[in-house]
Design a protein around this ligand. Structure first.
Ligand code: SF4
Length: 380
């Protein structure tokens, strides 16, 4: 039975508490601590897949999926001409694809970003309650107060925020381009107010030397990786390369051979001469890694062990709310549509569009900073 419990998140202003869907007993995705769709048998999967294929064609729609969603959705998105990507590429793909309807299989801020960039398109999500601890931990009212207290700072927010927070920002960044954009702002002598992920903020601060005031949010999935157990696992697999997402805590990043976005991690496993990898991000990414590098071995980084307080088992509970049945429901009943007030949308559009233009015009800097993420890994 689902018992919502309060989850605390500190910010520079106060401690937040928000409802986190959990079950009593072990807090584990296997025990459905979010509203996870019922598991489908083989026949049900085939039936939903066929229906979704037909509806996509009829409705001139396309699936834009994140690497962390269920592997059946990833496969269907690719088979039907959609995409499976990180949030930067999802934003670009949704904006540039000619389809009039977008089904965003991911979490709320991804659907909102698609709508902000393509107001003329109808954007649907399989479950509008699929959220993100970073977004939930950065409410606009308190974020506004912090911004007002520091008018001298350039406001840079991570993609994992609400449309209202983006509307208040000067820049939006994703983990693929955050380092390059903050580096550039630092070169221009700007001081930064960063929200909401404290681990990513600290990592960028270390790498660029920028003056950054950090909001105190975290991803509940990456926050769970355990350095003690990761170190022990690495000793058991001495030839494995450790790849970590920069939303992970500093002690995990310190143990990693490569730190980067989901897209950079996938690129690394396909290009590296290493045969074995320990992956510190949501386990949903392993599906694309196995497809693209079938002869390599992927080991999930540990979230349990002696120092464990595991809540997620490296599976985002909100990403897990996406399923074939609720995608089919979106298409059949036009449920889960995203709407954003125009005054917020147009302001949020400015900081997202600015990021997309920057990434288009600074490919060399992006490549350099991405290279900066890679510490020891041997490219083939
Ligand atoms: S994995 Fe973390 S950052 Fe990504 S959507 Fe889930 S809670 Fe948010």
């Amino acid at each position: 039975m689902i018992n919502p419990t309060l989850f605390s998140m500190n910010s520079p202003l106060k401690s937040y508490e928000f409802l986190l869907p959990t079950v009593s007993g072990p807090t584990c995705i296997a025990n459905a601590w979010a509203k996870i769709p019922t598991a489908l048998n083989h026949f049900e999967k085939s039936a939903y897949t066929e229906k979704v294929r037909a509806h996509l064609q009829q409705r001139d729609a396309v699936i834009v999926a994140h690497y962390y969603v269920d592997s059946d959705i990833q496969d269907l998105a690719l088979e039907t001409g959609g995409c499976v990507a990180d949030s930067l590429e999802m934003a670009r793909f949704g904006r540039d694809h000619p389809a009039q309807e977008l089904i965003v299989a991911g979490v709320r801020f991804m659907g909102e970003t698609a709508k902000i960039l393509s107001p003329q398109k109808r954007v649907y999500m399989p479950d509008l309650e699929a959220n993100c601890s970073l977004d939930l931990g950065c409410p606009i009212a308190d974020f506004n107060q912090l911004c007002e207290a520091h008018p001298e700072r350039t406001i840079v927010v991570y993609a994992n925020t609400s449309a209202a927070v983006k509307a208040r920002a000067d820049w939006m960044v994703t983990s693929s381009c955050a380092l390059a954009i903050v580096h550039q702002l630092h070169q221009e002598g700007k001081k930064i107010l960063w929200a909401p992920d404290r681990h990513l903020g600290r990592y960028i601060q270390d790498q660029t030397g920028a003056d950054m005031l950090l909001w105190d949010g975290a991803c509940i999935v990456h926050d769970e990786f355990k350095a003690l157990e990761l170190d022990a696992l690495r000793k058991k697999h001495p030839f494995a390369q450790v790849l970590a997402h920069p939303e992970s805590p500093a002690d995990i990043v310190a143990l990693a051979d490569m730190v980067g976005s989901t897209a950079a991690m996938i690129k690394t496993v396909t290009q590296s001469s290493a045969k074995e990898f320990i992956i510190a991000t949501d386990q949903g990414i392993l599906h694309q890694m196995r497809q693209l590098a079938p002869n390599k071995v992927f080991i999930p980084a540990p979230t349990s062990g002696q120092s464990a307080t595991c809540k997620s088992c490296a599976n985002c509970p909100w990403m897990a709310m996406n399923g074939l049945a609720n995608i089919c429901n979106c298409l059949e009943n036009q449920s889960g549509e995203i709407f954003i007030e125009e005054s917020i949308r147009s302001k949020a559009h400015f900081c997202i569009d600015r990021m997309l233009t920057f990434t288009q015009n600074h490919s060399e800097l992006l490549a350099q900073t991405q290279h900066g993420f890679v510490k020891n890994i041997g490219a083939a």
